[in-house]
Write a protein that binds this ligand. Structure first.
Ligand SMILES: O=P([O-])(O)O[C@H]1O[C@H](COP(=O)(O)O)[C@@H](O)[C@H](O)[C@H]1O
Ligand SMILES: [Mg+2]
Length: 575
């Protein structure tokens, strides 16, 4: 196999004494046994994606290891010193349940401390939203979480937070990358200053739990809370450290924790994928809910920022909701609470993303609040809060099972979202309704919106090129008609240009550029295509909708919409 010279140059650098023996030995072995893997490991440097940097653990510039993360941290330390001269810099660090997350967290802490930066390091694994909270609580300049969220076990990652508690957004991420790229590996200071590393745990936990309860509790009577039977699973991840405690403190005593999945384990042994987006992830919890006659099933991803919810439908069958459905239920509930408490001042907003359900806009309009819509990634919702300090954020979410209540945490937060969804379910049950019934009521008011996501995995350098090519093909041969419906508008977020085919007018898109295409069809359907920024995948999002006149017809209408999505998928040759 031929490996390009520039890749070989990088490989040779990693065979010098700057790198430890184990690293050098691993590289030497790959040269003969796995040249393709060697190429994938070195052909580029890790990049910031939708949710920080993510990659497979191993040797190389395109892998997660102590050198790539050490270099990131050295670059970030330099950038912090430049951004805040003459200040005692402070950072908070958390990590998840993955292999090496704890040791990599210590490497990151060491490098920051070696650069004279005060470090607050969680003494054990914690959910990502707690880190966002801690950054603000401890007045830190930045924060890091060692996690690859729900990715497969061989992955790890580096989420970076700024002083507002939100993840880095452009152009700041590019500025930091420039500094990191200019650094040599031998410029990393690995020698810890232990005096600057302070371990944190209980105090932050208590503050975080109190804040979650304060933000996501809405006067639910104690009896209603006790009557709600919850099954909860942490899917071997971090949320076990806080969620049962938070639910108990909030008054929910009828909680069954899935014991087998409560054991943190980076192999995620009982699931194919620890991602609540995958219907299979909650199957163990759902089985327990069937046995115990529970009302609601809730599961979180390994870093505790996404949540999956399953509830009983009108026939009592357990039904998994998707991220869009939980998002509209939670948002409506919040808006309704604000309305009832007469809290609206005219400057409130909710937040969502361009690939999430358009129903969010309808909800906002109905309550007379603004819906700000950003690119994919919760960091864009957090940025709205930072950029519009005179407006009040009520809540917001995205299709990929993430939700945020209020602005104490500046990233999606499954801990607060679990409380909120429990409040909704408990209040609905107490009034003889159910969470599912509440969703159907929304469909009567706003139309039945059905969304679906397809992800096509394409790994490595070749896969990444194929994904790029698929996006190029979509741009070069714009679809005029899909499944018998005219394409009435196309938005290209890479060129920031849209075209309305009804009046043949072009328009500018006023949000930052990103490799995303959106098609709108004549019948109100919407299709988005984009490469994932966290995994080697291309994603296609479908949204269709229909009027619903009577709850009794919901199942029939939903089925018809499912069929429509299936027909669109075949028309686009994606199956
Ligand atoms: O993976 P998490 O839970 O950190 O979540 C991250 O990735 C998701 C998927 O991104 P992509 O479609 O680019 O893969 C984003 O929606 C989310 O906002 C981001 O925080
Ligand atoms: Mg996550």
């Amino acid at each position: 196999m031929h490996i390009e010279q520039n890749i070989l140059n990088k490989v040779n650098e990693w065979l010098t004494p700057t790198f430890d023996e184990a690293t050098q030995e691993a590289i030497t072995a790959m040269m003969t046994s796995a040249p393709k893997e060697l190429e994938d490991s070195f052909y580029k440097n890790l990049e910031f994606g939708t949710g920080g940097m993510r990659g497979i653990m191993g040797v190389g510039t395109n892998r997660i290891n102590k050198y790539t993360l050490g270099k990131n941290t050295q670059g970030l330390s330099d950038y912090l010193h430049k951004s805040f001269p003459n200040e005692q810099l402070k950072v908070a660090i958390a990590y998840d349940c993955r292999h090496n997350s704890d040791t990599l967290a210590k490497v990151v802490a060491d490098v920051f401390s070696a650069n004279g930066i005060q470090v607050y390091l969680f003494s054990d694994m914690r959910p990502t939203p707690e880190l966002s909270f801690a950054v603000r609580y401890l007045n830190c300049h930045a924060g890091i979480v060692l996690t690859a969220s729900h990715n497969p076990p061989e992955y790890n990652g580096y989420k970076v937070y700024w002083q507002d508690g939100g993840q880095l957004v452009p152009p700041q991420d590019a500025e930091i990358i420039t500094i990191i790229e200019e650094l040599q590996y031998n410029a990393i200071s690995f020698e810890a200053n232990e005096n600057l590393i302070q371990y944190i745990d209980k105090e932050i936990d208590e503050a975080f739990i109190s804040s979650s309860i304060e933000n996501a509790s809405f006067n639910t009577p104690q009896q209603a809370k006790e009557n709600l039977k919850i099954v909860f699973t942490s899917l071997h991840g971090t949320s076990i450290t806080l969620v049962p405690d938070t639910l108990a403190k909030a008054g929910y005593s009828n909680v069954h924790v899935v014991a087998e999945q409560a054991i943190p384990d980076g192999n995620f042994p009982t699931v194919k994928s620890p991602n609540p987006e995958e219907p299979e992830a909650l199957s163990m919890a759902i089985a327990i809910a069937e046995e115990t006659n529970a009302d609601i099933v809730i599961g979180t991803d390994p870093d505790g920022d996404r949540l999956g919810v399953a509830v009983r439908d009108l026939d009592g069958k357990i039904k998994l909701l998707n991220g869009n459905q939980t998002m509209v239920i939670m948002t409506t509930f919040l808006l309704e609470q604000w309305k009832r408490a007469d809290k609206f001042q005219g400057n409130e907003f909710i937040g969502s993303t361009i690939v999430s359900t358009p129903m969010m806009m309808e909800l906002a309009a109905a309550y007379g609040v603004e819906c700000k819509v950003g690119l994919t990634g919760f960091k864009w919702i957090a940025k709205f809060i930072k950029d519009f300090p005179n407006q009040k954020f009520i809540g917001g979410g995205e299709e990929s099972f993430g939700y945020m209540v209020g602005d104490a945490v500046r990233d999606k937060d499954a801990v607060a979202a679990i409380l909120l969804v429990s409040e909704i379910a408990a209040q609905a049950k107490a009034s003889g309704s159910s969470l599912y019934q509440e969703l159907l009521n929304l469909y009567i008011d706003f139309g039945l919106y059905k969304e679906h996501l397809i992800s096509i995995t394409k790994k490595g350098k070749e896969g990444s090129n194929e994904i790029k090519q698929m996006m190029v093909d979509l741009r070069e041969n714009p679809m005029k008609e899909i499944n018998g419906q005219r394409v009435v508008c196309i938005e290209d977020y890479q060129s920031s240009k849209g075209k309305d085919f009804m009046n043949n007018e072009e328009f500018e898109i006023n949000i930052p550029k990103s490799n995303v295409l959106i098609y709108y069809l004549e019948d109100g359907s919407k299709i988005c295509a984009r490469p994932s920024g966290t995994e080697p995948k291309i994603k296609f999002y479908f949204s269709v909708n229909s009027h619903l006149d009577n709850i009794k017809n919901a199942e029939k209408v939903e089925k018809a919409l499912d069929n429509k999505i299936a027909a669109i998928i075949s028309a686009m040759k994606l199956n």
